[in-house]
Design a protein around this ligand. Structure first.
Ligand SMILES: C[S@@+](CC[C@H](N)C(=O)[O-])C[C@H]1O[C@@H](n2cnc3c(N)ncnc32)[C@H](O)[C@@H]1O
Length: 313
């Protein structure tokens, strides 16, 4: 048995979303349904998304899926397809969108999913359990592309050295083989505080699942589906993700780029689509102690204004 996923920053996310009875809220990343449970308990209806069929299967056990009409509607899709999925479900606007980016404990802890370097499993790492996986990428991509992925998504300074070692060791088929190749390439000494394979695994996972593009599209989707006064709460787990959320909200809230300071106000950009609710929120020491996976989390939250969706630049 794997430990259930403990929701991160749950109280803070609920305070930001403030769900009311009768509200319609999108949980873009259902996972184990920790946020969904709390939103349902507040009396709201939830449209929950997850690209992982295992997560959706566990959601089907929530009694609210069987209410008439159901208060939990599950969408086995990517949250980048939020607008299309809600339109198909006859929902035009929602009162809140929650996003809790990244992988769940169930995904990380099940060796057969291939996300963890600490347990032997196939080199899969797909959230959908389908499509090109980590083995396809590592065994097929040119060395320079592998190095770019490690550099961009893992901020790995030794990306070229690791990519060379991966190519020399091909074909790779298990997580432990990959972890050993990375550790050897970096001259890792067992017992060092942080396993150097962490960065490479993160990078490969982000690449295989197109996670940063998903986040950008999901944020745009939230802007499109939230009604005026609707609330957005996004929890991210590393600086690459947080940078995207921060930039999106800065631009949406109308803090225009430096260059536009010299432009007349009308030319400075469209009307703000969001107002920030608060500064970035980090977990308390008590939460990090209770749930070490919360330690790198950041919550950013905002309220949708009545302004029309911004046009793509
Ligand atoms: C950190 S977990 C969410 C945990 C959840 N908040 C809870 O309390 O149980 C992230 C979940 O989002 C899903 N996910 C990640 N990216 C996604 C995407 N682009 N579209 C849909 N689901 C996604 C993952 O499959 C995973 O189940």
């Amino acid at each position: 048995m794997t430990a259930p996923h403990v929701p991160v920053l749950l109280d803070e996310v609920m305070a930001a979303l403030a769900p009311q009875p009768g509200d319609v809220i999108v949980d873009a990343t259902f996972g184990a349904g920790g946020y969904t449970r709390a939103i349902l308990d507040a009396g709201a209806t939830v449209h929950a998304f997850d690209r992982d069929p295992d997560a959706i299967a566990s959601g089907a056990r929530f009694p609210e899926t069987g209410e008439n009409p159901p208060r939990l509607i599950l969408h086995p899709r990517r949250f980048s397809e939020m607008v299309a999925a809600l339109t198909e479900a006859g929902v035009a606007r929602v009162d809140g969108v929650a996003m809790d980016i990244g992988v769940s404990s169930m995904q990380l802890d099940r060796a057969e999913r291939g996300f963890a370097f600490s347990a032997e499993g196939p080199l899969d790492m797909t959230m959908e359990r389908a499509g090109p996986n980590a083995a396809d990428f590592l065994n097929g991509a040119p060395e320079a592309e592998i190095a770019d992925v490690l550099w961009q998504y893992g901020e790995e300074r030794q990306s070229r050295r690791i990519a060379r070692a991966i190519v020399a060791a091909r074909p790779l088929s298990t997580t432990t083989e990959l972890a050993d190749v990375v550790r050897k390439a970096l001259g890792y000494r067992p017992g060092a505080p942080k396993d150097p394979a962490t960065r490479s695994f993160q990078a490969i996972r982000i690449h295989v699942n197109g996670e940063l593009n998903e986040l950008e599209e999901g944020l745009k989707g939230a802007e499109a589906v939230l009604k005026a006064g609707g609330r957005l709460a996004v929890v991210s787990f590393h600086s690459l993700e947080d940078r995207i959320v921060k930039r999106f909200l800065r631009e949406a809230a109308g803090a225009t780029a430096k260059a536009s300071r010299h432009l007349p106000e009308a030319a400075a950009g469209a009307a703000p689509t969001f107002e920030k609710l608060s500064k970035a929120i980090r977990p308390s020491d008590a939460e990090t102690l209770r749930n070490p996976r919360a330690r790198s989390a950041t919550l950013r939250a905002a309220i949708r204004t009545a302004a029309p969706v911004r046009k793509a630049a």
